[in-house]
Design a protein. Structure first.
Length: 270
């Protein structure tokens, strides 16, 4: 059996969460990441019949039964993942219609997956209906996107258009726009259900006064998605108090659609 710490999915997960911490997106134990894995890939590194313990999930997700996930742990600091991955990460398999998770590796201090696990799994299920290649759900607290929810209307069209106007790449990277939730209590099934519903129409869901959820086919894509939206928000926060002399117009955004073969969300451009 190969050493799981050398697995490409493990190496990339460790690199990604370390980079997220370095970006200032995941202070203390803020933020969480889940990566869906193929059984054949897991079986190269683990005896998948050896269940270390079973953890209740607190929800049902029948479409995810039998799926494998590498997930950050509850209360864990991203800065520590690179030094003790077996403590701060866990690899689980969902069973019993997603109501239980079998721990196959990790959480060696007796811990368990993030408190946002229900929100992650519900978002995975929602995105898989839209894109069967989706593998990642990522939650973090980028400062500028967070700040933007205090000073900008939370209307999704207006929020999206502002980000598109801040940076030429934005409409290219997330042409479907950004969905927005009002403040809700985190760590609950209610916010998980609301996020999953928003995930049906966009890969980015802003949690007002809290952070953002992103989804994608791999860790790089999802990280880059959030990184681009955060850059747009950073520019907005630097200029929001100033008179705007220039901007990216709808005509120019249409040119970007044609140049990069993307389609802006219907009704978002004039």
């Amino acid at each position: 059996m190969k050493d799981i710490l050398t697995a490409p999915f493990m190496v990339e997960m460790i690199r990604t969460v370390t980079n997220m911490y370095a970006h200032g997106w995941d202070e203390r134990n803020g933020g969480n990441v889940s990566l869906m894995l193929e059984e054949k890939d897991v079986a190269e590194y683990l005896d998948i019949t050896n269940v270390l313990r079973v953890i209740p999930t607190g929800f049902a997700a029948p479409t995810l039964a039998g799926k494998y996930f590498l997930v950050t742990g509850t209360g864990k600091y991203f800065k520590n993942v690179q030094y003790a991955p077996d403590v701060n990460l866990g690899l689980v398999r969902l069973v019993e219609d997603g109501k239980m998770a079998e721990l196959l590796w990790g959480y060696t201090d007796g811990g368990q997956f993030t408190s946002e696990f229900p929100a992650h799994m519900m978002s995975h299920a929602a995105r898989l209906e839209v894109n069967p290649e989706n593998r990642v759900v990522m939650h973090c607290h980028p400062a500028n996107l967070l700040a933007m929810t205090y000073v900008h209307t939370l209307d999704e069209i207006a929020f999206t258009r502002t980000l598109w106007q801040m940076c030429t790449e934005c409409i290219v990277v997330f042409p479907e726009g950004v969905n927005v939730l009002p403040w809700m209590l985190c760590g609950t099934n209610e916010i998980g259900e609301a996020t999953a519903e928003k995930m049906k129409t966009a890969r980015l869901v802003v949690w007002s006064q809290h952070g953002i959820y992103g989804a994608g086919k791999d860790l790089d894509e999802t990280f880059g998605l959030i990184e681009t939206a955060e850059k747009g928000a950073e520019i907005y926060m630097k200029i929001a108090h100033l008179p705007r002399v220039n901007t990216i117009t709808d005509e120019q955004l249409h040119l970007l659609e044609k140049r990069f073969n993307v389609k802006a969300r219907d009704g978002y451009l004039n």
